[in-house]
Every structure is written in structure tokens, then in C-alpha cells.
Design a protein around this ligand. Structure first.
Ligand SMILES: [Zn+2]
Length: 428
């Protein structure tokens, strides 16, 4: 079994371990966009050496094996409980990490901890990004409790073996929220040569937004019922909005976080310009295509999840981005989006309520229904109207004139935008 080298290295040094707030150096983008060392305060750490605190607990040496032939899956008559399922996947749940620091004085003669090796830099920056993501969502939650977001596990430099294709593949170059084990994962590099994903503020904002969606929409379930049982358009739309909403919040975090400000192409910092542009939600050319529409309607789960979920997600995010920018109401949009995740008011049900109500009637969960659910939670009339224009244009919804039966929360003053080419009818 592989253990992350940082676990072995640290026994010798007796690192300083002061209580929060702790001044520490992390890797942060400067106004030029270039990432470099910068002094920050970590305000939530219980242990700066174990990188454990309210916003995240890092654990090293974890091992996950996804294996459809795992004999343990026969437990409980072939239908393992959630607890059993997590234990089956998580072959090693990992243990405390240990970051190493050298204490130096800053120009105000205050002690500042300098990470002493690559993993210490990477882990402390990752923790800082979790603090920034938590703080962003506190703003977006607008006074509602964020308690359910606290104390998530981050399996750092985890070994992740995927045997689901029949041959074993070690997953590399990724940082993800992996709901089947209810944890974030940061896996080792292979190809990536640019900014490590753990240091990329927008990427951590995106992953953190998956945690929020999981908690609010799926009550934190390892395998949510619609993900297990839905197919075609309802499944494809559900997976796509999770990605698109996460990109919208990832962008939101780049605006709020320490650094040069809003970066809709934040993925390019780690994955290169081509990948960054694919999911750049600010590009006015983000529009439904005939190919994507066909994929939504005809592809089963694994085929659709070959990248179509990001493409469709980007159209949702681009619509919200354009509407928020055109009206100058970015925070109103961010708050309305999160409010739409879980709302038990009968007149404006949230995604959680609509999904639970339609577990056996998945055909009711359409592109229009998803877009309307967000619209229903926008209280600002101007933003609501413009958001309807953008959704109907960029997603090529069946609403071409308002009022519209399938987008009942759009006002009659809405009118389909004109940024995108009109596609031919689906069934000519
Ligand atoms: Zn994602």
C-alpha cells in the first residue's frame, strides 16, 4: 500500500503548532494572475500541522477502490447499506497528515510559518482555499445556518483505483468531491504541469459547491436515489446542473477570494487555455447545439458523462452569469441559486422537493423544469425577467414566447434572447 511521503517525513521535526489565527505563507495568485507565496491568516485551524479545523480535515494515505466485482458488494443480500458501501469503497480511510514549517519573522516582526516542502505548501494552500470557500458560502447562505457544511474530510494524495471498466486505472490529476465516500479527494499528478488543482481557488470553489449541492439537494446521500435510478434527459439534466451550478460558484469564489479578482476561465490556470475556454461561463457564444440536445435526449448515463454534463452545465452557468452581469445583481443571483436547492414552500418547491416528488415520475424533470426552479427563487423582478431571456435563448427551451406553460415563473415581460442561433425543431 502506498502512503503519502509526507506522513513518513515528519516524525523527526518538532514543528510549531500555534492556535488560530495563524500567520502562514500560502500560494495565492497575484494581481498579474501569477501564483506565488503570500502571507495569509488561517482563522479556523485547530491544528496547523495536521491541517484540521472547522472547514476541512486533511487525511493522508487513504485508498479507494471502485470495483463492481468486489465480493463485499454481496453484503446485505447484494444491497449493502450506505455505511457498508462506504466501507467497501474506502479500503484505507487514511490518517492525519503532517505539514512542516519553518518559523520566520515578517516585516512587522510577527512570526509567520513558511511551509518547508511541496506537500506542506500544497496542503496549507488547500486549507486556505477551503476557508475562502466556506466564507463565500456563508455570504451566499445569507444568514442561514452553514453548520451542515462543517468538518468535511479531504482525502489528500489519495490512491484511487477504478476497476469499473474491467481493467484497473489509477485516477490521477484530479480534485473532486466524491459523494460515494462523502469526502473530497485530491489525487496525485501525472500529466498536469501547471497550477496544482489544490491551489486553484476556482477549482476548490467548484468542488465545494458540489458539497453544498449534495447536502441541500440530496441530504448528503452517498448515492442519491435519482442518480441510481433515473436515465436519459432527467438524469442528464440533473448531473449537468450540479456541474454548471458548481462552475457558477467557482467563478463566484474567484471574485470573492484573495487574488486578482473574477476569473471565469479559472480552469485554464491548471488545465490550459483550451479546457479553460470550454467552461468559461463568461463567453457570450455559449449556446445549445443540435449535437448536445441530441445527447441529452438519447445518451445513457456513462455515455452522457463523457463531457456532455460540463457542456450543458456551462449553458446554465452562462445564462446566470449573463443575467447577473446585465443587471448588476451577482450576489442576488448567487443567493437565489442556493435558495433553489431546498425550499419546502409549496408555491416555490426547491430541487430537493421536486426531485423527491418525481422519483417515480422522472419525465417531469426536464430542462424547462430545472431552469424554472432557479427562476422561481429569484426575487428581483429585473433579474428574473433577464434570466428567463437568457435561459430560453442559451438552452433553446420550448418557451419562445411568454407567458409560457413550462416556465410558469417567468414574467410576461420576458422575451427570448437573441445571442444564440435558433436550432431546427427537434422532431421535424
Ligand atoms: Zn464538478
Amino acid at each position: 500500500m502506498r502512503r503519502a511521503p509526507l506522513l513518513l517525513a515528519a516524525l523527526a521535526a518538532c514543528a510549531p503548532n500555534p492556535a488560530a489565527p495563524v500567520k502562514v505563507m500560502a500560494v495565492v495568485p497575484a494581481s498579474s494572475g501569477a501564483y506565488g507565496p503570500r502571507e495569509v491568516d488561517l482563522t479556523t485551524v485547530d491544528s496547523i500541522t495536521a491541517l484540521r479545523g472547522k472547514v476541512a480535515t486533511l487525511l493522508g494515505g487513504a485508498k479507494i477502490v471502485l470495483d463492481p466485482a468486489d465480493p463485499l458488494l454481496a453484503q446485505n443480500g447484494g444491497n449493502p447499506t450506505e455505511e457498508q458501501y462506504i466501507a467497501i469503497l474506502l479500503k484505507d480511510q487514511g490518517g492525519s497528515v503532517r505539514a512542516n514549517y519553518v518559523s520566520k519573522k515578517n516585516d512587522k516582526d510577527q512570526p509567520v510559518l513558511w511551509p518547508a516542502d511541496f506537500h506542506s505548501w500544497n496542503m496549507v494552500t488547500l486549507y486556505f482555499n477551503f476557508e475562502q470557500a466556506f466564507s463565500y458560502f456563508q455570504q451566499v447562505f445569507d444568514g442561514r445556518s452553514t453548520a451542515e457544511l462543517e468538518n468535511p474530510k479531504v482525502l489528500y494524495w489519495a490512491t484511487f483505483l477504478d476497476r469499473s471498466s474491467g481493467t484497473e486505472v489509477e485516477v490521477k490529476d484530479n480534485a473532486l468531491f466524491f459523494s460515494p465516500v462523502k469526502s473530497f479527494l485530491v489525487v496525485p499528478f501525472d500529466q498536469l504541469q501547471k497550477v496544482p488543482l489544490a491551489m486553484n481557488t476556482g477549482v476548490i470553489g467548484h468542488e465545494y459547491a458540489h458539497l453544498v449541492f449534495s447536502k441541500k439537494v440530496f441530504s448528503g446521500a452517498a448515492i442519491p436515489a435519482p442518480i441510481a435510478s433515473w436515465s436519459l434527459e432527467p438524469f442528464n439534466v440533473l448531473k449537468s446542473i450540479d456541474e454548471g451550478f458548481s462552475d457558477f460558484h467557482g467563478w463566484g469564489l474567484t471574485c470573492a477570494a484573495l487574488g486578482p479578482g473574477c476569473r471565469p476561465a479559472f480552469l485554464s490556470e491548471s488545465l490550459g487555455e483550451v479546457e479553460g475556454a470550454k467552461r468559461d461561463i463568461s463567453l457570450p457564444t455559449k449556446c445549445m447545439t443540435a449535437e448536445l440536445r441530441n445527447a441529452i435526449n438519447t445518451l445513457q448515463q456513462p455515455q452522457f458523462l463523457s463531457g456532455n454534463q460540463y457542456q450543458l452545465g456551462t449553458l446554465f452557468a452562462a445564462s446566470m452569469y449573463q443575467a447577473a452581469q446585465k443587471t448588476g445583481k451577482v450576489q442576488v443571483m448567487q443567493r437565489a441559486l442556493v435558495a433553489s436547492y431546498d425550499d419546502d414552500a409549496p408555491a416555490t418547491p426547491g430541487f430537493k422537493q421536486i426531485i423527491n416528488l418525481n422519483l417515480q415520475t422522472q419525465a417531469n424533470f426536464t430542462l424547462e423544469r430545472a431552469a424554472n426552479t432557479v427562476v422561481a427563487h429569484v426575487t428581483d423582478p429585473d433579474l428574473k425577467r433577464v434570466l428567463c431571456n437568457e435561459f430560453s435563448d442559451r438552452l433553446q427551451l420550448d418557451c419562445v414566447a411568454f407567458p409560457c406553460d413550462t416556465m410558469p415563473d417567468c414574467p410576461a415581460t420576458s422575451s427570448k434572447g437573441t445571442s444564440c442561433p435558433v436550432l431546427p425543431p427537434e422532431n421535424p
